[in-house]
Design a protein around this ligand. Structure first.
Ligand SMILES: Cc1cc2nc3c(=O)[nH]c(=O)nc-3n(C[C@H](O)[C@H](O)[C@H](O)COP(=O)(O)OP(=O)(O)OC[C@H]3O[C@@H](n4cnc5c(N)ncnc54)[C@H](O)[C@@H]3O)c2cc1C
Length: 292
């Protein structure tokens, strides 16, 4: 459990960090909270020669809550998002997800950007970002770009980030008449999601007009259950309709298997979590946020 030798540097600015990452390429790794990178290094699954600590960079901090969107700096901790009243009012899914990540120690240190870049197939934020149609602001030594959450998660620990790029901030649209839920079956040892389901339902005059369903823990990366989403506007809670939604959500998606959950058990858990998330979301009506 001892990492191989590495150098550590804490640059003063985003441009310095990007220059270092560009110069050292694959030999360097950025570090935010270190709660995924350091365990990987201790297990020798990662062995960077240089760790570039970006956790204190001002450019990666700050939260702006606007009428139409919330912008969250990449180095914002899970705990900050768990306890931020303005974020909770604009994006009620955020504290619901944040409070289910690991324990207080991890939440005090781990960051939104680090979790997204790490792209653990069982992490919680990827599902929340997909369900809320988030966009990630990314910077590299040759410029900046925006990547929609839908285009970001590519595979097991694999994202659309190019070597040397950093997530700087996350933009999340604010929608007024939504009802949200996150249901997670926690791994009893790690706390990660064996399966996690995020649901955002759009309501108009008391009727569900559609919405987003995003799932983590089930496949090699978090995904949107688009065929099930297409049925959401017809969703009025009859058992036969819910069964159809559950069938569509996981049809054609290959479940991951591990010592805790084989494919059959994972599918059963996933269907149960989605069923519960839909019920939670339907009953999460908050008159303070909605004219519906
Ligand atoms: C005991 C334990 C339990 C946990 N349980 C859960 C859980 O239940 N749910 C859950 O979702 N997570 C869980 N985690 C993971 C935790 O949420 C991590 O904090 C998170 O995954 C990574 O965030 P970090 O800031 O620590 O990233 P780091 O460890 O610093 O970095 C992770 C990876 O992202 C890269 N990186 C970091 N910042 C950036 C950036 N701004 N731009 C681009 N790349 C970057 C790093 O190079 C590294 O590859 C757990 C961790 C531990 C140790």
């Amino acid at each position: 459990m001892i990492p191989s030798a590495f150098d550590y540097v804490r640059p003063d600015s985003l441009s310095d960090a990007l220059a270092l990452l560009a110069r050292h390429r694959d030999a360097a790794k950025p570090m935010s909270g270190g709660h995924s990178l350091l365990p990987m290094m201790k297990l020798r699954l990662a062995a960077p020669d240089l760790v570039v600590d970006v956790n204190e960079l001002g450019e990666l901090h700050g939260i702006t809550v606007g009428r139409n969107e919330v912008v969250v700096g990449a180095a914002t901790t899970h705990a900050t998002l768990e306890h931020h009243p303005e974020v909770a009012a604009a994006l009620p899914l955020m504290p619901v997800v944040a409070c289910q990540i690991a324990d207080a120690t991890v939440r005090n240190r781990g960051t939104l950007g680090g979790s997204l870049a790490h792209a653990d197939p069982s992490a919680d934020w990827p599902a929340a970002m997909l369900a809320q149609n988030a966009v990630f602001e990314v910077a590299g030594s040759s410029g900046s770009r925006s990547i929609a959450a839908r285009d970001f998660f590519k595979g097991l620990f694999e994202t659309a980030l190019q070597p040397g790029e950093l997530i700087v901030a996350v933009r999340i649209p604010v929608a007024a008449n939504t009802r949200v839920a996150y249901r997670k079956f926690r791994h009893p040892a790690s706390g990660y999601a064996v399966v996690g389901v995020a649901v955002v339902l759009d309501y108009d005059k008391g009727r569900c007009g559609g919405g987003c369903i995003a799932i983590t823990g089930f496949a090699d990366h978090a995904f949107r259950a688009e065929r099930a989403e297409a049925e959401l506007s017809k969703h009025v809670g009859e058992p036969s309709h819910i069964e159809r939604l559950l069938d569509l959500a996981f049809d054609g998606v290959a479940p991951i298997e591990d010592r805790f959950a084989d494919a059959e058990y994972r599918l059963q858990l996933a269907r149960t979590m989605l069923r519960r998330a839909l019920a939670d979301a339907q009953s999460s009506f908050n008159p303070a946020r909605s004219a519906a």
